[in-house]
Design a protein around this ligand. Sequence first.
Ligand SMILES: NC(=O)c1ccc[n+]([C@@H]2O[C@H](COP(=O)([O-])OP(=O)(O)OC[C@H]3O[C@@H](n4cnc5c(N)ncnc54)[C@H](OP(=O)(O)O)[C@@H]3O)[C@@H](O)[C@H]2O)c1
Length: 265
Amino acid sequence: MKITDLFNVKNKVAVVTGGSRGIGEMITAGFLANGVKVYITARKAPALLEKAKELSEKYEHECIPIPCDLSTKEGVEDFVNQIVNKENGIDFLINNAGAAWGEPFESFSEGGWDKVMDLNVKSLFFLTQKMKLLLTTNASLDDPSRVINIGSIDGLNVPALPTFSYSASKAAVHHLTRVLAAQLVKENILVNAIAPGPYPSNMLGAAVNHDYSEIEKRNPRKRVGTPEDIAGLVIFLCSRAGAYTVGETITSDGGIVKTASHNLS
Ligand SMILES: NC(=O)c1ccc[n+]([C@@H]2O[C@H](COP(=O)([O-])OP(=O)(O)OC[C@H]3O[C@@H](n4cnc5c(N)ncnc54)[C@H](OP(=O)(O)O)[C@@H]3O)[C@@H](O)[C@H]2O)c1
């Protein structure tokens, strides 16, 4: 019952997609600081390699970069093959890489639809499918493997911006989480989702010119999310403490979804 046992993730192996910056970097930092070996992937190789080196040095734990484009099935297969060549099994798969697209309804493009749905939904499904064998290798009834899908509060609330495919993709991630959870719990792989609210990143920053002051003012907690907020939740879900939580979508948004006044009317 001690916290050091309940939340222990030491000596586990994790894969964090989109680990080169933003929320993926925050999750990776939390894992490394607590003794997890982490594979990170992103498309831009120089930034990814530099980030892996920086995080390995800072947390004195192994962070291994594998540059890959997960938006295609070939990219997904290539990435999985590279992991298979290095590990017999993995414990945690964090499906974090994602894309957003905003365009007025009247001119919303097919490219903006496909780019978002392909990466956020299709690739997440096929990566999980192809990682199953690796996850099963390390899974047992007492110590199940974990998959965490990063959704969004935009998949729960109606977003203010014209991000039609993004909000639909994140609602799909949340439901796919339940469907995958039902499929994989039989094999001791627990699937859950996290729906983040505003966290500083390239994705959110691009929408507000990297000025988060208005977002902070509107947030019930009067701030944006921090690495501790997201890493703490991921570690809970991956540890003994989270081993009876299955198919959930947990918000990490300072209270937007559950307390915003338009949801109470
Ligand atoms: N920040 C927020 O406020 C917020 C809120 C709700 C949900 N989310 C979700 O959180 C996740 C992370 O978002 P973020 O805000 O941290 O975004 P971000 O700063 O744009 O980071 C996205 C990460 O994904 C990688 N990536 C993008 N496309 C990829 C591809 N085709 N193949 C492999 N890697 C790819 C990026 O690296 P490369 O560009 O080098 O590929 C980067 O490492 C996303 O699923 C997003 O929808 C974010």
